[in-house]
Design a protein. Structure first.
Length: 245
C-alpha cells in the first residue's frame, strides 16, 4: 500500500514537471516576419536600380537608388511608394512593388552671359540644362544673386517664383523651359548682352533657343549669334526660351 502511494506521488510530480517545462514556443524565439521588395525599370533601357529586389524584415528601413543611362534622366518612383526623391528611403511593412521611371533627356548645354551698360559689367550670369538639375534651387548648379542694388544702379539677375539667381540651371528632361532675366540700367545707358554657348552632348540643331522680351517685340536666335543690345529702357524683363523640336 505504501509502495503504491509512493509510485503515484512520483508519477504526479513527473507530470507537473513536464507540464511546466515541456513547452518552449515562447515569442522570444519566433523568427522575424519578412517581406519582399521588387523594383522594375521603365523603360528597361533607361537605367538600373540598386537593389532591384530583396527580402527585408518588417519595419526595416530600405534605401533604393536609381541610376540613369546616357540619354535618360530619373523621373519618379511609382507603385507602392510615390516620390521624386532619389535615393528613396522608406520603412517597409509589407510586400512592396516599385517602378523607377526614366525619361529621355534633351541636350545638355550651358550658356555664360555677360551683361553691361557701359559703366558696369556683370559676367557671372549662367544658365542651361543638365541631367542633375531640378525645378527648384540646386546647390551644386545654381547660384544666388546678391541683394538688389538701389534704383538707378546697374543690375541683371534671373528671377524665379522663389529665388533671385546669377546661375539658373533646369532639367534636360523637360522639352520646354523659360528663364526670366530682369535688368535695370544706369541713366541713359543701353543693355549690352553677350554669351558663350557650350553644348556638352547631343545637338541643338532644330531646337529653338530664343532671346526675346515680355511683349515679343524681337526674337534673337542664341544658337547662331553671340550678342544683342537692348536700347531705350531704364529697366525691363527679357525671356530666354528653349523649345525642343
Amino acid at each position: 500500500m505504501r509502495v503504491s502511494k509512493v509510485f503515484c506521488w512520483l508519477v504526479a510530480m513527473s507530470v507537473m514537471i513536464m507540464g511546466c517545462g515541456g513547452s518552449s514556443t515562447g515569442g522570444d524565439d519566433k523568427s522575424s516576419e519578412q517581406v519582399r521588395l521588387l523594383v522594375t525599370e521603365n523603360p528597361s533601357e533607361g537605367g538600373s536600380v540598386d537593389p532591384a529586389r530583396g527580402t527585408f524584415d518588417v519595419g526595416e528601413e530600405v534605401t533604393v537608388k536609381a541610376d540613369a543611362n546616357d540619354g535618360y534622366g530619373f523621373g519618379e518612383w511609382t507603385g507602392d511608394q510615390q516620390s521624386q526623391d532619389n535615393p528613396l528611403t522608406f520603412t517597409i511593412n509589407e510586400q512592396t512593388n516599385l517602378t523607377a521611371n526614366f525619361v529621355q533627356t534633351g541636350p545638355r548645354y550651358s550658356m555664360v552671359i555677360t551683361a553691361g551698360d557701359g559703366t558696369e559689367t556683370i559676367n557671372d550670369l549662367e544658365t542651361g540644362q543638365s541631367y542633375d538639375a531640378t525645378a527648384s534651387f540646386d546647390e551644386n548648379l545654381d547660384k544666388d544673386a546678391p541683394p538688389s542694388p538701389p534704383q538707378g544702379a546697374f543690375d541683371a539677375r534671373f528671377v524665379t517664383q522663389s529665388d533671385n539667381l546669377r546661375k539658373d540651371y533646369r532639367s534636360s528632361t523637360v522639352q520646354q523651359v523659360d528663364w526670366t532675366l530682369k535688368y535695370q540700367l544706369s541713366s541713359g545707358q543701353d543693355l549690352n548682352l553677350s554669351w558663350n554657348l557650350s553644348v556638352q552632348d547631343q545637338s541643338l540643331d532644330g531646337d529653338d533657343l530664343i532671346l526675346t522680351d515680355q511683349s515679343g517685340s524681337f526674337e534673337k536666335d542664341m544658337t547662331n549669334s553671340s550678342s544683342y543690345t537692348v536700347s531705350g529702357a531704364s529697366s525691363g524683363t527679357l525671356i530666354i526660351s528653349y523649345t525642343a523640336n
